[in-house]
Design a protein around this ligand. Structure first.
Ligand SMILES: *Cc1c(COP(=O)(O)O)cnc(C)c1O
Length: 402
């Protein structure tokens, strides 16, 4: 008994993760090469419908943030639902247009837009540039002049609010690189009359990601109102108000909460964001639309009893899903089609030569053996898009089910 002590981490089977995958799916997966991304398109469509339903109630406009997932099979139903697109690179603008998003619903954000990217967006007459610095505004003005166009822009402002999320995914605090800092507002107003090729139509903000506390959105609206009033008092009117994205999803209980609480989210903004009936309100939702429809399916290559830990070494790694390594993110991990009486707490780790290459620690799973399948859930957002070829890894394919 004493010898086994560090390894004696057997758990009750009642703590076991029960997979949502059916035996038929498990059987199908077992015949497939791993790792791969699995996307449930029917859940995606349900999520789109629920988001659209609650947005419509307030006449809100949703722009899907492409950076969460850019697969064409994912983009098409979102574009077909009439959503706009939120892009953060020139290539995302091109991908959005190719997938069927209307150019007059494309917004383009990002702190470091290159000249080439700005020209691309101008050439396609996108709806709006979300401008993040005074210098960028001058460059857009210059490039628009060269192109013989007027660029419509929104000023991205930093509301300086603290939010409850991992500090790597906050974007609206005093230390973040995003948005035009309030200290530049005066200079911006002085400069504007000289910029004849930009037209300021909107005010924009985005405070971060994976935010589940509605108070964070409420506080953002209150700060946003203040900033908007300041600009109005100084002679700048906005037709469009864009409050960004950031609505979180339930990584812990994906089956209990497959669809985020869009209703509370939109109701909160509707209640606290001041607007005139003429002002259009825009959102940029990424994660909340696509996270839950995706899983990363991986196979156990080896099990190993370390000095103090029991490892399940799987064939997917941080090259497919970097969120745990990058943001200490939690993903639910389930065994798929594994029947075992015993269960153990495993550190589920990848093959990449980095100690941060893990998916979960002390994850209670049925006793695993080589060849068993695991599903890493809620991997539809910021998963496949962050794929890297580190260690000369091959790109994991995507499979779709309707
Ligand atoms: C990332 C990002 C979004 C989307 O954030 P989610 O948390 O995925 O909804 C929206 N707007 C901007 C400017 C972003 O950078």
């Amino acid at each position: 008994m004493l010898l086994r002590y560090p390894f004696d981490n057997q758990r009750k089977s009642s703590e076991l993760c029960i997979t949502m995958f059916t035996p038929a799916q498990a059987e199908r997966f077992a015949a497939m090469e791993t790792p791969f991304f699995y996307y449930d398109l029917s859940l995606l469509k349900k999520t789109i419908d629920v988001a659209a339903l609650h947005a419509r109630k307030h006449q809100f406009h949703i722009h899907y943030a492409l950076k969460a997932n850019v697969n064409r099979e994912i983009l098409q139903p979102i574009a077909a639902a009439g959503f706009g697109a939120d892009c953060v690179s020139g290539n995302e603008v091109l991908r959005a247009l190719e997938a069927g998003f209307s150019p007059d619903k494309v917004v383009f954000a990002g702190v470091g837009k290159s000249d080439k990217e700005i020209r691309t967006a101008l050439a396609h007459d996108i709806f709006c540039f979300n401008v993040e610095s005074v210098e960028e505004l001058q460059v857009i003005n210059e490039l628009a002049a060269q192109a013989g166009k007027t660029a419509t822009v929104a000023l991205r402002v930093n509301p300086l609010v603290e939010v409850n999320t991992h500090h790597y995914i906050t974007t609206g605090t005093a230390e973040n690189k995003f948005g035009i800092p309030p200290r530049d507002f005066d200079a911006l107003l002085q400069l504007l009359p000289q910029l004849s090729y930009v037209k300021v139509i909107g005010l924009h903000t985005h405070i971060g990601s994976q935010i589940c506390d509605m108070d964070n959105f409420k506080n953002t609206c209150l700060k946003f109102n203040e900033i908007r009033r300041w600009f109005e008092e100084h002679g700048l009117q906005f037709t469009d108000l864009n409050v960004g994205g950031g609505l979180g999803v339930d990584y812990k209980q994906p089956d209990e909460h497959p669809i985020p609480d869009f209703e509370s989210y939109f109701d909160t903004v509707s209640r606290y964001l001041e607007r005139t009936p003429q002002q259009q309100v825009h959102f940029e939702l990424g994660r909340s639309i696509v996270a839950q429809c995706g899983s990363l399916i991986t196979r156990v290559l080896y099990t190993k009893q370390g000095e103090t830990k029991r490892f399940a070494i799987v064939d997917a790694g941080m090259t497919e899903l970097i969120r745990p390594a990058l943001y200490q993110a939690y993903h639910k991990i389930e065994a798929v089609g594994v029947a075992a009486d015993e269960s153990y707490a495993y550190d589920v780790v990848g093959p990449i030569c980095e100690s941060s290459d893990f998916f979960g620690k002390e994850v209670v799973l049925p006793a695993l053996k080589r060849g068993d399948l695991l599903a890493i859930r809620t991997a539809g957002a910021y998963g496949e898009v962050m794929t890297s070829f580190y260690n000369l890894r091959e790109k994991a394919p995507a499979v779709y089910e309707d």
